[in-house]
Design a protein. Structure first.
Lengths: 362, 294
């Protein structure tokens, strides 16, 4: 799509702080986004992820810090000169303009000739699969179509950086899943550096090259989706991404013990004050034949068995009272082999799935 | 799934009953409108076509066309209304913009100062301006005391005084609908415009201003139509030099006891107001179509 220069811009954020009264919306945040990368800011509401995006877009002035697009410092540059595409959670499509009018607006501001504008608008609309929708009024569009128009408007002027603020949050689940894949493909095609904000962990895992988990104005962890899910830096990240049960474990010499029993593990645990064993429901398995050699075994009592169609969920209480969740497959005979409520069961965790994490909230 | 016929009939009755109840509830209001609005206006209309001898005649209307003084009065009325409306827009729009942008706490405080005069008597406000603006009034005294000008400036009993008073009284009617439409604008629109490359000025004219048009239009129309029939303020502050249609109606009745002539003026004013509303509604619809399908 881009004709003159095809290189996206890296974004360099250093030491950005923003306080509202006594609240640190952003607390000394630094983040390097590589050129062409799809990075997601993931966090609960009020974590500061949107504030960070607004700082990049120029709508929020930080107290201090540096922001560079490529080599250029832009922290004091007004938003209309930053030349980056952005989609808003509310879409922010101008209701007094048509679909084509909206998409043409950034080109008009850049004083492109009329025929060129028409050509680029149609091309952008085709890119988002809305070819021929130019004459429609904004109010005639469905949520998904509005989302596409907003996207077309943000890419039509070929910005080298694209910001997206929870663009899919207003769509229903099916459409959201479909748009996630489409956005991902579009990113691969256009190759612009993309910063995506969401509170939906699945969306982040599906789309991103890397994810920055944000909480209380700080970046808790910056990692690939896989690293993030399998080796979370602390309890907050582990809790926010996926479901897990945390068991307190103790260091005893060079052994790690859970209730006096040494654990078998593969990856070295972090050198932190407190340690937790993170148990993902899909990693722990039911062992009908009792404790298994070479693995970590837990005895528990089945509390609840929930059939969920594609899987079942077993809640079991460990001896120390902790409730642990286990997700199992429903293929073949395993369905009839499900335990009944009140049964004593053995749960097994392989050493490779035994993940020890920092027990603090970060 | 098919309802039994008996059931369907019952449901239809319920529907009808509900509608009749609604009509019953609104009937006192409808009756009141009929008695205090439709009947007097109809009577006014009737009287305007009666000549001095009590027979049907067009003389009241012919007089209006024939006499230059009447044309002058209509012209003054329109002049005052247009200038007042224009000044209200020039003062009210920026003020409404300011109110819509400041934090709610400050906006509410300012809104009270806008509305406070709105709640005090029209007469009190008008005479207050008389006190302020007259030759030995506060403004002249202070200005001379401060050395801004040497001789008292004539600011009242003329067009200037009339306009000052009218603008002050009409301002809330413009500010309220404009403020309403501004508050309804999603701030993301302006942000989006800026993000797409629009300078603050461009974003304002391309996005913000067009979206406030319905409110501005409603406010303008309201102020203009209220101005057309205004009486107290021009009568007190105009000092007899600014004669509007409403004042001529009063003098026709009080001085000449000519109900026919007064009624005819009233009918023409009413007709003009309807004409303006009709044109305006056409314009508004056109505007919506242009906004939707352009």
């Amino acid at each position: 799509m881009r004709s003159h220069d095809s290189d996206a811009l890296p974004i360099s954020i250093r030491g950005v702080t923003k306080t509202y009264g006594a609240v640190h919306a952003l607390d000394d945040v630094s983040l390097e986004v590589r050129s062409g990368e799809f990075i997601t800011l993931l966090g609960p509401s009020g974590s500061g992820k949107t504030t960070l995006l607004m700082v990049i877009a120029g709508f929020t002035r930080p107290d201090c810090g540096s922001l560079k697009f490529g080599e250029r410092e832009v922290i004091r540059m007004p938003p209309h000169l930053r030349d980056l595409g952005m989609t808003f959670q509310s879409y922010a499509l101008f209701p007094h303009m048509t679909v084509a009018g909206n998409v043409a607006y950034p080109l008009k501001l850049r004083k492109l000739p009329k025929d060129k504008i028409a050509e680029r608008v149609e091309k952008a609309l085709e890119t988002v699969q809305l070819g021929g929708y130019g004459d429609r009024s904004i109010t005639q569009l469905s949520g998904g179509q509005k989302q596409r128009v907003a996207l077309a408007r943000s890419i039509v002027f070929e910005p080298r950086i694209l910001l997206m603020d929870e663009p899919l949050s207003a769509l229903d689940k099916k459409l959201r899943d479909q748009m996630q894949i489409e956005l991902r493909h579009l990113h691969e095609k256009l190759g612009m550096t993309t910063v995506y904000v969401t509170h939906d962990q699945r969306e982040a895992l599906t789309m991103s090259d890397r994810i920055a988990v944000v909480n209380k104005g700080r970046i808790m962890q910056l990692a690939t989706p896989r690293e993030l899910y399998e080796r979370p830096a602390n309890r907050f990240v582990a809790d926010f991404i996926g479901d897990s049960t945390f068991l307190p474990v103790k260091r005893s010499g060079h052994l790690i013990e859970y209730r006096g029993v040494p654990l078998k593990f593969v990856d070295a645990p972090p050198e932190t004050e407190t340690l937790n064993l993170m148990v993902r429901p899909e990693r722990i398995v039911l062992s009908p034949d009792g404790p298994r050699e070479g693995a970590n075994n837990f005895t528990a009592t089945a509390v609840e068995v929930v059939y969920q169609g594609d899987s079942y969920l077993l809640h079991a209480r460990l001896d120390d009272g902790t409730l642990i969740a286990l997700r199992g497959g429903v293929r073949g005979a395993s369905l009839s082999a499900l335990p009944n409520v009140g049964d004593t069961v053995t749960l097994t965790l392989a050493p490779e799935d035994t993940v020890l994490i920092d027990g603090s909230e970060g | 799934m098919q309802a039994t016929p008996a059931n369907a009939a019952g449901l239809r009755v319920d529907e009808k009953l509900e509608r009749m109840k609604l009509f019953g509830l609104s009937s006192p209001a409808l009756l009141l409108v009929l008695i205090i609005l439709v009947i007097p206006v109809g009577w006014l209309f009737f009287v305007s076509f009666l000549g001095g001898d009590g027979q049907f005649s067009l003389e009241n209307y012919q007089r209006m066309v024939a006499r230059k003084s009447y044309m002058r009065i209509f012209r003054t009325t329109f002049e005052v209304s247009v200038i007042t409306t224009g000044l209200c827009i020039l003062i009210g729009y920026p003020l409404a913009y300011f109110l819509s942008q400041v934090p709610p706490r400050i906006a509410n405080l300012c809104m009270i100062t806008v509305l406070l005069p709105f709640w005090t008597s029209l007469l009190v406000r008008t005479y207050a301006w008389l006190v302020l603006l007259q030759k030995q009034g506060l403004i002249n005294d202070w200005a001379i005391g401060l050395g801004l000008w040497d001789e008292p400036i004539k600011m009242v009993h003329n067009m200037t005084g009339t306009l000052i008073g009218m603008v002050h009284i009409m301002l809330p009617f413009l500010i309220l609908p404009v403020y309403g439409s501004m508050k309804a604008i999603d701030r993301d629109y302006v942000k989006a415009a800026a993000n797409l490359g629009a300078s603050p000025r461009r974003a304002f004219w391309d996005v913000f201003f067009p979206l406030t048009m319905p409110g501005l239009f409603a406010g303008t129309l309201m102020v203009f139509i209220l101005c057309l029939g205004f009486f107290v303020t021009p009568a007190v502050l105009g000092g007899g030099k600014v004669i509007m249609v409403s004042m001529k109606i009063v003098s026709n009745i009080e001085l000449f006891v000519s109900w026919g002539a007064a009624s005819a003026l009233g009918v023409v004013l009413l007709g003009l107001t309807f004409a303006i509303l009709w044109v305006a509604s056409r314009f508004l619809k056109l505007d919506q179509i242009a906004g939707g399908g352009h």
